[in-house]
Design a protein around this ligand. Structure first.
Ligand code: ADP
Ligand code: MG
Length: 312
């Protein structure tokens, strides 16, 4: 007997909620939530489509992790503390093995960050996973794309290009590099630690150059980036430099943070790096204009064929 919609929801998604700001979770026409006073609600949504956002042969447990991770990454980029999620699932069939893996991966990450799944929708159709996530930021303290100013330093967390490398070299990539693609880790602790320190921030989902470009556009500024300073993992270090730089500059899916910091606050970063357990690398600075200048070690300009992933 195939599962009914309601059996499916209760078996795989209706878990006990351990947050006292959820007055009513799954089971009614809407969730009832109690946002804390003095906070702004950060609200975001992202869709994952089979074949576009993940390979069809990804394990369902990784897909469950990834669906939530890419959504939480947007909250990280705002400096928000995650709280609630809503899941709209369209599935070709009620495949219990898939649902078991998917929900396991989803709740492993949700539990790690105290995120409560408070509702959703379930329908039959081509596989589509749409999540909405909500989190809190003290009023006026969110990290935005429009706050970068000339003279601010540009930083990135972790290393760049690993997920893109794994996608292009799936068969030969080592396990750790594959994990970067399968199980991105949203930089939530870093985002919260950067409140009051960073002037601008974005998460790198489409590629460093494209995503820094969004900060520049919203902040009406330019940037100079020293390409040889882009942080690379040992795997990328071994590649031809032009290949490594292309991956670091324009492949997406890393879900690291790119952020800008006024010179007076740069001194705060070593403690933040230690506390969050992630490397923070200065890669350039914001300029008054001039677009995004990518410079090689000898000062020569580097041009990109394609800045990053685009759907259209
Ligand atoms: P309605 O018909 O009123 O929209 P549904 O019958 O679709 O409600 O859903 C019943 C309950 O289950 C609702 O509380 C809804 O939020 C929740 N729900 C449905 N699908 C999911 C899902 N995939 N994950 C989590 N909650 C879900
Ligand atoms: Mg209803």
């Amino acid at each position: 007997m195939p599962l009914t919609e309601f059996e499916l929801i209760s078996r795989y998604f209706d878990r006990p909620v351990r947050r006292d700001d959820v007055a009513l979770g799954i089971g009614d026409d809407a969730a009832l939530l109690r946002p804390p006073p003095g906070r702004e609600l950060a609200l975001s949504t992202d869709t994952l489509i089979a074949g576009v956002h993940f390979r069809d042969d990804f394990p369902p447990r990784d897909i469950g992790h990834r669906a939530l991770a890419v959504n939480l990454s947007d909250l990280a980029a705002m400096g928000a503390e995650p709280a609630w999620a809503i899941l709209a699932l369209t599935l070709p069939a009620a495949d219990e093995q898939w649902l078991d893996g998917f929900s396991t991966g989803f709740f492993e990450l949700a539990d790690a960050h105290h995120v409560a799944l408070v509702g959703g929708n379930t329908a039959r159709g081509p596989l589509n996973i749409t999540l909405a996530v909500a989190g809190f930021v003290p009023v006026g303290m969110a990290l935005r794309r429009d706050g970068a100013r000339a003279g601010d330093a540009i930083y990135v967390s972790g290393t760049l290009g690993d997920a893109g490398y794994a996608l292009e070299n799936w068969r030969t990539a080592d396990a750790a590099t594959r994990q970067r693609l399968l199980r991105p880790l949203p930089r939530l602790a870093l985002g919260m630690a950067l409140r009051g320190v960073a002037s601008g921030a974005i998460d790198i989902s489409d590629g460093f150059a494209a995503d820094l470009g969004h900060i520049l556009e919203r902040s009406r500024a330019g940037a100079r980036v020293a390409v040889e300073r882009l942080p690379l993992s040992p795997v990328l270090h071994k590649l031809d430099r032009s290949v490594a730089w292309r991956l670091a500059l324009s492949s997406g899916d890393d879900y690291e943070l790119c952020f800008t910091v006024p010179p007076a606050r740069e001194g705060d970063l070593s403690a933040i790096s230690a506390r969050c357990g992630c490397a923070l690398t200065r890669v350039g600075e914001i300029t008054a204009g001039g677009g995004l200048q990518l410079l090689a070690a000898d000062g020569a300009a580097i041009t990109l064929e394609r800045a990053g992933h685009r759907h259209f």
